[in-house]
Ligand binder design. Structure first.
Ligand SMILES: Cc1ncc(COP(=O)(O)O)c(C=O)c1O
Length: 477
């Protein structure tokens, strides 16, 4: 395994996570990792009852993010999301949640016997992408369902679209509801003006960060921040202990602490460098004829309140592109690995660990994709403003009929059947295209014909679909 991974890092330039970009920033340089890989003994403190060196490190985190209380996460945002939902809701409660949340949110709902009430993000038809959550939708749902316990929003989205968290937080505050924001992709927010403000500053009660996505730290590292009086902090601590390892990695925790110290000391310099490289790439892409990168022009539309410009969402300017084909060419011909291909776009992640060399290689590759290779990636030259009926309905297909609650579906007997025969059946497992892992169908929902066709098309186009094995899916018996 080691040899293969080292070879991968030698040959590929990563526009993907983790944010250290395969060691281009190494916050534990010159450290023998085994020497700091310890356990809870006298002097090394305890993650769940911090009083010593971990508490000191948590205080450094709180200072940089301006949070009241923060805990390191050693199981990524996933552990923090599960703990936040379990602490904020009890069995039978309602959670108002964005339908484009990560699968961990749906798992939290299922494990806790929660009834989800969905908020639907706006749909950007021409790019087949999801936008932000309209704060007015939050108000309407809270007024229609006064028994909702908490609100869960993902902002930014995987693609970097930020919702108006300030307004959503005011509405939640007015109604006395806990606001949880999955800011997994925004651990770099609130530190530098070129990037959006953090939800911590905007009034959210719980904010969850994946450190590894956009900062130079190991995979699986994250932070949960808690603010205000609504959240039962002891419950959060208890659930962190339940969902995470009883042997949290000191290597992970030390790396997070070193990263925070580095940001405090020279974050400005590092972010300035990233901004400079991003501005050059974005300016050059602006003058291309075929390929574009989504920028500030989208802010104010589709309930998008702000955009994380470190995320590079490449799209066709006049005609749509095939994200999967473009991503393939970038890897095979240019040794550039993107984070994620999408139907009509492909996504690159940039961080402070990226180097000028990577940006130059990407600019050169874009030159060819825009010119000689254009015909290989433009999707049957379909003009962007010409949207087929099928595409218009694309987002509606995940507005599935809910038959039973996720927990109920989980506990029922199930059988495995062919996807072909699934119409009208109740799902016993979630189905999602990975990445990004947003369920197309949540357990307890009913398979429709259009959804079945969509899943088949995703498989045909080479996407990895979670929840299907050899053409079979799990349904309630
Ligand atoms: C929006 C969002 N939230 C949460 C997660 C889970 O984060 P982690 O992998 O750090 O557990 C992901 C992972 O991709 C994500 O995209």
């Amino acid at each position: 395994m080691k040899r293969e991974l080292e070879e991968y890092s030698k040959k590929i330039y990563p526009f993907h996570m983790p944010g250290h970009k395969l060691g281009r920033i190494n916050v534990l340089l010159d450290t023998n990792l085994m020497k700091i890989d310890t356990t809870e003994v006298e002097g090394t403190d305890n993650l769940y009852y911090p009083e010593g060196i971990i508490l000191e490190a948590h205080k450094r985190v709180s200072k940089i993010y301006n949070s009241e209380q923060s805990y390191f996460l050693v199981n990524g945002s996933t552990g923090g999301i599960l703990a936040a939902i379990s602490a904020a809701c009890s069995r039978g409660d309602k959670l108002l949640m964005a339908r484009n949340c990560h699968k961990s949110v749906f798992n939290g709902v299922m494990l806790n016997g929660i009834e989800p009430v969905y908020l639907y993000p706006e749909y950007i038809e021409k790019y087949s992408l999801l936008g932000g959550i309209n704060p007015e939708q939050v108000r309407i749902q809270l007024e229609n369902n006064p028994d909702i316990s908490a609100v869960f929003i993902t902002s930014p989205t995987y693609e970097g679209f930020v919702s108006d968290i300030g307004s959503i937080a005011s509405i939640c505050d007015e109604k006395g509801k806990i606001l949880i924001v999955d800011e997994a992709h925004g651990a770099h927010f609130g530190m530098y003006d070129y990037f959006p403000k953090s939800s911590i500053e905007l009034g959210a009660d719980i904010v969850i960060h994946s450190m590894h996505k956009t900062l130079p730290v190991f995979t699986q590292t994250g932070i949960i921040h808690i603010n205000g009086k609504l959240v039962d902090r002891d419950r959060i601590r208890q659930y962190l202990e339940i969902y995470q390892s009883s042997s949290p990695s000191y290597v992970f925790m030390t790396a997070m602490d070193e990263c925070i110290k580095m940001l405090a000391e020279k974050g400005k310099e590092l972010f300035e460098d990233l901004e400079k490289n991003l501005r050059i790439l974005r300016e050059i892409t602006n003058i291309k004829s075929n390929i574009g990168v989504i920028g500030r022009e989208i802010v104010g539309k589709y309930s998008i309140y702000d955009i994380d410009l470190s995320k590079l969402i490449f799209v066709g300017k006049k005609t749509s592109i095939n994200g999967k084909k473009a991503e393939n060419i970038l890897r095979k011909k240019f040794m550039l690995q993107m984070e994620m291909p999408m139907n009509k776009a492909f996504l690159g992640i940039t961080t402070i660990a990226d180097q000028e060399e990577g940006f130059l290689r990407l600019i050169n590759a874009l030159e060819e994709l825009d010119g000689a290779l254009w015909k290989n990636i433009c999707e049957e030259a379909l003009p962007l403003n010409k949207i087929t009926q099928q595409e218009k309905e694309l987002f509606d297909i995940i507005k599935n009929k809910i038959s039973i609650l996720p927990e109920e579906a989980r506990n029922k007997k199930w059988e495995s059947i062919s996807l072909e025969d699934a119409k009208g059946r109740i799902a016993a497992a979630n189905i999602s295209v990975y990445p990004p892992g947003i369920p197309l169908l949540v357990m307890g929902e009913v398979f429709s014909e259009s959804l079945i066709n969509y899943i088949k098309k995703a498989i045909d186009n080479g996407f990895f679909v979670n929840g299907i094995e050899e053409g079979n899916i799990k349904v309630v018996k």
